[in-house]
Design a protein around this ligand. Sequence first.
Ligand SMILES: *Cc1c(COP(=O)(O)O)cnc(C)c1O
Ligand code: SF4
Length: 339
Amino acid sequence: MSNAALSVITSDPPEKWQEILADLITDPKELTEILQLDSGAESRLAHFGLNRFSLKVPRPFAQRMRPGNWNDPLLRQVWPSQLEDEVDCSLSEDPLQERTFNQATGLLQKYRGRVLLTAAPHCAVHCRYCFRRHFDYAANTPGKRQWQETLEQIDGDSSISEVILSGGDPLAAGDSYLKWLLTQIDTLKQVTTIRIHTRLPVVIPQRITSSLCQTLASLECKLVIVIHCNHGQEIDSSVQLAVQKLRATGATLMNQSVLLKGINDDATSLVSLSHQLFDINVLPYYLHLPDRVAGTGHYLVNEQEGLDLITKIRALLPGYLVPRLVREDPGSDSKTRLG
Ligand SMILES: *Cc1c(COP(=O)(O)O)cnc(C)c1O
Ligand code: SF4
C-alpha cells in the first residue's frame, strides 16, 4: 500500500462521529426545510407511528438526499409516512417471533452454529421499515455483568462458532465498550468468526475511526462486516473511505439490503447498487423481502415481484453481483432462499 493510501486509513475525519450522533435530525419539520419540501408535509406525516418510533436522520445521510423530491429513495427510507398509521391486521409487531427466541439477555439464537447479540440499544438512523421497530431494547441491553453471563452461556455451547453483533446498531456504541465486548468474544475458544451487522459506515461514515479499526484489526477471530445499504445513492466518497478503512483491518465485507417498494424494487436500482458496491469492494449478500411488521405495509414487495426482479437482474449481472433473495420464516433452521 502506498504511503498516501495508508495515511488516509490511519487518519480520522475532522468531524467527530459522536457529535454527529448527538445532533441527528429528529424534527420532521427540520428535515422538510433542509430538503425544501414545503408543500403538504403535515398531511404526509404519521402521528401514531412517529410517537412509537421517532424520527432519526444523521445529517451526512440527509446530505445525500435530493432536495425537492418526496420520492427520493433515501428520504423514503426515513420519512414517517402517514401510511404507517393505517391499521392492517395481517401485520404484526413481532413477525419473526423474536420474543420466543430470546434466551438470555442480549442473545438470540435461531440458527445452528451462530448466535446474535443485540450489542447496542440504539441506532444512528431510524429506518421506517425496520423489523425491530417494536423490539424492547431496554429489556435486552445487558450491563457488563449480564454480558459475562451471556458469554459464559455461549462458552458452554461448543456448537457455536460464530458470534454476530447486531442491534440496534453495534457501531452506535462507543469504542471502549466495543473493545471490551469484542475482546471478550475473541477469547472464547470455539468462536472462530465475529460478524458485525451495521448501517453506520453508510449513515455516519465518520464512525469508522482509527481507534475502532485498531480494535478490529487486533482480533484473532475472522471478521465479517455486513453493511446495510439499500440504494446506490447512499454511497459517496465518504462511505467509500469508511469501507476502505474497514477492509484494511482484514475484514471480509458484504452488503445486505431490504427490497423496498418505491425505493429499490426495480432492476435499474438493483443493478446500479450491485455495481456501486463492487466499485467499493463490497459484495452483495442478502436481499431481504421485507418482514410483515406493523406500520410498514407501504414498503411491502411480494414474493412474486421479488422473484421477477431477481430473474431480471440475473440477466444483467455476473453471478457474484446477484444478491441472494431471502425471506425469514419463524421456526425455520435458516433463512428461506427464494428463486
Ligand atoms: C439472519 C440471522 C442470522 C444470520 O444468518 P446467516 O444466514 O448466517 O446470515 C443469525 N441469527 C439470527 C437470529 C438471524 O436473524
Ligand atoms: S439501522 Fe437496522 S436496526 Fe436500526 S432502524 Fe435501521 S434497519 Fe432497524
